[in-house]
Design a protein. Structure first.
Length: 249
């Protein structure tokens, strides 16, 4: 498991870990049941930064925003890039082939920019509505939970996944993932979320599971399968759904 976490941290973050892991591609696929634990590890790093910023800035809201910016540096905006590319491609009103080409383009279009703006609005505004000084321990728990939600949410899309496109992209790493690995990851995620945020958190994650079904249908209808961008985008989408449901009145 340690080798697997090192492999995932090398892939999903910019943490310098100059350790070579053998049989990387095989480990990558078989280890997806540990994605929730990967989210926990990244969340703990974010939580530590959130705690430090709170004591420095004396404002839980500013510390929350600062930690979101830190997470961009920690991950290299890995999933945010997928969200922007997915929105540029799928909502371009083009053919399947043109959508796939747009998603491969390194430039960000207007749909992608708007998606990123709304992503951060949805992560910040619900916290601001809780008052000027939200309990920092609660925010740390929420920050960790959001990372678990994002990573475990992606795994939902691996079940019997079809790959979109003809080139060998990152999404092909997850073809042929066994169903039991997908759902064991979900059980781990629900256990962690319950530990962090209780039953309300688990119910919020169930909403993410339901939205993943609709999202999968939309993507398959548009381009016939998943690719790296559409998979990564659901990390952000899952977090948005989770936080909106969690703070609903």
């Amino acid at each position: 498991m340690i080798k697997l976490l090192i492999l995932y941290l090398q892939f999903f973050t910019r943490i310098p870990l100059p350790i070579e892991i053998d049989h990387g591609q095989e480990r990558f696929k078989k280890g997806i049941l540990w994605f929730a634990i990967l989210g926990l590890v990244i969340g703990l790093v974010d939580g530590l930064i959130l705690w430090g910023l709170y004591w420095f800035l004396q404002s839980s809201i500013l510390a929350w925003i600062g930690t979101l910016l830190f997470d961009v540096m920690l991950t290299g905006a890995f999933h945010m890039d997928g969200l922007a590319d997915m929105c540029d491609g799928l909502f371009s009103s083009r053919s399947k082939e043109e959508m796939l080409e747009i998603m491969k383009d390194s430039r960000v279009g207007s749909n992608g920019v708007l998606a990123l703006i709304f992503y951060y609005i949805f992560l910040i505004i619900p916290i601001m509505t809780q008052g000027t000084d939200v309990d920092i321990v609660f925010l740390i728990r929420l920050m960790i939970a959001l990372q678990v939600v994002g990573k475990a949410g992606i795994v939902l899309l691996f079940q019997q996944m079809r790959y979109a496109g003809h080139t060998k992209g990152l999404g092909q790493l997850f073809l042929g993932v066994e169903t039991w690995r997908v759902w064991l990851c979900q059980l781990m995620a629900l256990s962690l979320i319950y530990w962090l945020l209780g039953l309300k958190g688990c119910l919020s994650y169930l909403a993410v599971i339901l939205v993943s079904i609709a999202y999968r249908h939309l993507v398959y209808q548009k381009i016939g399968g998943m690719n790296g961008d559409t998979l990564g985008a659901f990390h952000c989408i899952g977090q948005i759904i989770f936080i909106l449901i969690f703070f609903r009145n």
